[in-house]
Design a protein. Structure first.
Length: 628
């Protein structure tokens, strides 16, 4: 696990810049605290920061150049199947100088070019420079576990693991207005957009080639939308057995490392399955859970302990106070180089910080919800599709809208969910999906931003998503949309940024190629229905899961934003981020819409106003640091 950045001077320029490399290396420091490397040849320069996981020797450092001096690689990630690939390459007569997966990846690229991407199982973003042909190749893993940013300014093409590593060569970026509406509706900026004009994210499952003339268009090498994946002949029980055996093998593979490895154990289904699958092959496993002692509702320690005892792990309970999340807020905001308003990132940051004190690598349950149908909107879609009477009770909406709605309590949250389900039931499936995937309300965000700016950005995303998927099977499309939109841009981004902030490598075994392909082949009825979610995943380990966890519903973590805002509204929010001077300078927000959000925040029917305000605060912090 590492971080890298580079610049390629395009013809007629001849050299990359000589300034800015120290700043780029510093920006990537937490991604790679163990070593730093630099490469400069002709029009290309590369800097690399290393977190040593596989082959800890200096010889395995990067950038790595092959023995002939033609190809050089900078790489972030882990190739889980590198040992079998290494053996295959050795049989072809290739000699290796290190035990690293980096050298295996470099030699495989030399042998097979872009076709090698379909041979790789793991997570990665990498750059390969061909000094002979003066060509640069960039690639990102299938599902976007690792990030890769790129952009061209004048005759300079820059790329890197984090957007902030490009800034030393870019100067102050310009705001990308197309990203505003998606961000404020979804709380993140979906690829290929970034909040910076002319800087893009390489989409998951894509590669791009850059010649002296400039970059070509990105090329897709893998997509979850490939046809003919469904297996209509396999029974449910056969699929249950296959999934269990596969997960045990896969988790065993994903534990490979030359440093200590642990497992996040939250008390939910996903992490429990990862832990039990690991325990099937390993006797000494370290597991970690967070104990919110001052907020019993969020403390899942008892459930985590049940699984740890069942799996006989070396379990660590990491005590965290809710106040510590608030104390971590400035550091998290300052680390983010693009607005990202999933507030649970605060908890992931603290968890990563605590776990890093024990291990360098941790397995997570990321991907389980998207692959096997674990979100509330999946069950809601099943209700709408399989229970047509839902549409017939829409007359209850006026009554339900009279009740307070919010996320801060069981009753107000149920009312909020009921209103969203009934409102969505009458919508077209694609519009319903985006409505349920959004934290914002279009009528509020349309007034917060300039109407033209909002509609242009939001319609662009809506049209792309609606055209991409076949919405006649709306439950299948909903699961695929989460795999394309939510997983890479929210969940994996959150885990990557917050773990790398503390130099911790986090691996998601559910996103192993074989698990993903199996999950995509299963009918939705095996995964989610009116009264259940992740059915096949639960049943695969039913004989080992404690009964209370097998039947346990998903519980998200909610940061007490409203309480924090009300306590510090005058100083932290209004003076720091919502002053008239700042708003006038920006010319982005409608002041009356902001005043509406502040009034709603202080009312009993506060709804989603804390999350709207949080999105604004995160954006303002980023804007003041990078744009102003």
């Amino acid at each position: 696990m590492c971080g890298f950045a580079g610049c390629l001077a395009l013809a007629p320029a001849t050299f990359p810049p000589t300034q800015g490399w120290d700043q780029a290396a510093t920006a990537l420091a937490s991604r790679g605290p163990d070593a730093q490397g630099f490469y400069h040849s002709g029009p290309l320069a590369l800097v690399h920061r290393r977190l040593s996981i596989i082959d800890l020797t200096p010889e395995a450092g990067q950038p790595m150049t092959d023995a002939e001096g033609r190809f050089t690689i900078a790489y972030n990630g882990e190739i889980i199947n590198f040992r079998s690939l290494r053996t295959e390459l050795q049989k072809r007569g290739i000699t290796f100088r290190t035990r690293s997966d980096t050298e295996v990846l470099l030699e495989l690229w030399k042998s097979e070019g872009p076709a090698c991407l379909l041979r790789l199982n793991g997570f990665f973003a990498f750059a390969v420079w061909d000094a002979q042909r003066q060509e640069l190749f960039l690639a990102r893993d299938r599902l976007g576990i690792k990030p890769l940013f790129y952009g061209q300014k004048d005759r300079l093409f820059c790329f890197g693991s984090e957007l902030k590593a490009l800034i030393p060569f870019w100067g102050k970026p310009q705001l990308n207005s197309l990203a505003l509406a998606p961000y404020f509706m979804l709380t993140y900026v979906p690829a290929p957009l970034t909040m910076c004009q002319d800087i893009n994210k390489l989409p998951p499952g894509h590669w791009i080639r850059v010649t002296p003339k400039g970059p070509d268009q990105p090329v897709s090498y893998w997509s979850p939308l490939a046809p003919n994946r469904k297996n209509a002949n396999q029974s449910y029980q056969e699929s249950v057995s296959q999934l269990k055996e596969l997960l045990i093998d896969v988790v065993n593979d994903w534990l490979v490392a030359d440093v200590p490895v642990g497992i996040f154990l939250s008390g939910g289904i996903d992490s429990a399955v990862i832990c039990l699958a690991a325990a099937a092959r390993h006797l000494k496993i370290q597991t970690f859970s967070v104990a919110f002692s001052d907020e019993p509702y969020y403390d899942e320690t008892p459930f985590a302990l049940m699984v740890a005892e069942k799996a006989k792990t070396q379990h660590h309970v990491l005590p965290v106070r809710i106040a510590e999340l608030r104390e971590a807020l400035p550091a998290v905001l300052d680390y983010l180089d693009e607005p990202f308003a999933d507030s649970s990132a605060l908890a992931v940051s603290l968890l990563s910080q605590r776990v890093r004190q024990h291990v360098s690598v941790a397995l997570s349950g990321d991907g389980g919800d998207e692959l096997f149908g674990g979100y509330q909107k999946h069950r809601a879609e099943a209700w709408v599709v399989r229970q047509p009477w839902i549409r017939k009770i829409s007359f209850l909406l006026p009554l339900l809208r009279m009740f307070p709605k919010g996320r801060g309590g069981a009753f107000v949250n149920k009312v909020r969910q009921a209103v969203r389900i009934l409102e969505g039931a009458s919508m077209e499936p694609c519009v319903r999906y985006l409505t349920w995937a959004s934290f914002g309300e279009s009528k509020v965000m349309n007034t917060l931003l300039d109407s033209t700016t909002f509609q242009k950005g939001w319609d662009r995303l809506k049209n792309e998503l609606c055209d991409l998927l076949r919405w006649n099977d709306s439950l299948e499309a909903t699961l695929l949309a989460d795999l394309l939109l939510v997983l890479p841009n929210d969940m994996l981004t959150k885990t990557d940024r917050m773990s790398m902030m503390h130099s911790l490598e986090v691996r998601p075994p559910f996103l192993d190629n074989k698990v993903v392909e199996l999950a995509l082949s299963l009918p939705t009825s095996f995964k989610v229905g009116v009264g259940y979610s992740k059915k096949i995943l639960r049943d695969a380990f039913r004989d080992q899961l404690p009964a209370s966890i097998y039947s346990r519903g998903k519980r998200g973590f909610e940061v007490p934003l409203r309480k924090w805002f009300l306590e510090d509204l005058e100083h932290l929010i209004i003076k720091e981020y919502l002053s008239d001077d700042l708003l006038d300078t920006q010319g982005i927000f409608n002041k009356e819409a902001i005043r509406f959000i502040l009034r709603k925040l202080q009312s009993s029917d506060y709804g989603d106003s804390p999350w709207w305000l949080w999105s604004i605060v995160v954006f303002q912090h980023w804007y003041k640091k990078y744009v102003l």
